[in-house]
Design a protein around this ligand. Sequence first.
Ligand SMILES: *[C@@H]1O[C@H](CO)[C@@H](O)[C@H](O)[C@H]1NC(C)=O
Ligand SMILES: *[C@@H]1O[C@H](CO)[C@@H](O)[C@H](O)[C@H]1NC(C)=O
Ligand SMILES: *[C@@H]1O[C@H](CO)[C@@H](O)[C@H](O)[C@H]1NC(C)=O
Length: 384
Amino acid sequence: MYSSTVLAISLLTAYASAESEVLWLKPQQMALVKLATPGYPLWVMDKEKPDVPVVYQHNGEYYSQTNDPSAVLLNLSMSANNHTLYINGQAILPLEDSNRPPQITTHQVHADTSVKILRTYAASGLLRGELGWDELQHRDFLELDYDRLVEADPETGPYFSHKPTLRFRIMGLGAYTTNEVLDVARQSVLHVTLNDTHGKISNHPKRSYAITNIEIKSIKNSYGGMHKGLEEDTDKECTIRSWACPDTGLYTPMAPYYRFIWRSKFDQFGRIGSTRHTIMQKVSQLQDIVGSKGLKRYITALVAGLIAVVAWNTYKKRMGSEGERKARKAALRSLEVKAARNRGEIVYADDDEDDEWIEAHSKDVVMELTDQEARQLSYIIPDQ
Ligand SMILES: *[C@@H]1O[C@H](CO)[C@@H](O)[C@H](O)[C@H]1NC(C)=O
Ligand SMILES: *[C@@H]1O[C@H](CO)[C@@H](O)[C@H](O)[C@H]1NC(C)=O
Ligand SMILES: *[C@@H]1O[C@H](CO)[C@@H](O)[C@H](O)[C@H]1NC(C)=O
């Protein structure tokens, strides 16, 4: 009798204290969110060992798992110019590069952590998003897999009198080589609404966003309405036949292409397996071999090749299947002409600019390629 009452009470407290929490640090500018991660173990560091590494890079003998309720800390902040919302130091709305959604790391805490302790953490600089400073006391940083869905994303705009809302959900957590997928039914969704106080157009240079609302809602109350739900997160094959391998279940079919950001699907070149990824990777390999000067020539040919593939596609459509031979010839001619015309005209400053230039010139290649075209493309892109 006695022990079952104790059990009931302790269960109740565990449940009540495992609530998520929003703590405003600066009105309209900065807030700290403690988001409960039910089902994910709390890591405990071995404090006896003086040189314990960060948990997401190592664990092994330095950390152990407990069944205590866990949560993670998210620092929501506006950039100095009020154009961009950051989560833990990473641009999340709008994204810096929609082909490469940011990798977000987060600090894990016991779900019971009080508001007072949270304030202390904030004051200590723990949430600035930088690792590796000498006085680092807490090393339990984890990497996130997340669901990012934005209503009225400025990237798909421009919008007038603009109030975008970010829906942010943690799908999984990674510590070193341990990856865990969270139980969807037990998770909640962070909703962050911004308001352009300048009140004009979302791409106006004087736009100035304020964080006007932060809420934590159940899954059930998060994804209703005009877009598709979580069932869109199926494991679709991503091949070189698709430029970006976009997710479905977004508000629009345009960039940003991704909603479900699983770390295993992305690297520094973008969505693994896509045409774009293949190209960016080869460009990077080439740069290592031929240097950025030699790269210019390759890139010119490469982009001309892409344009040729597109031209070929369009031309083929117009001509019907009989025109294929003619179309191929025309495409090759267009490749030669474009390669010749572009050579020498473009001055590259750095990688970012290369990146931008390729993007700008290959925007049209959003269509699916046939196997034959994919082969054609691999032929154009030099191997090593
Ligand atoms: C950003 O917004 C805050 C209030 O929301 C305001 O105090 C600040 O002046 C703004 N900064 C800029 C650069 O517009
Ligand atoms: C939150 O992140 C921003 C951007 O990285 C940083 O400037 C700010 O200091 C952080 N807030 C706290 C309380 O550490
Ligand atoms: C949003 O900004 C506009 C100014 O553009 C202002 O009139 C309105 O009250 C703001 N809304 C909220 C919820 O802060």
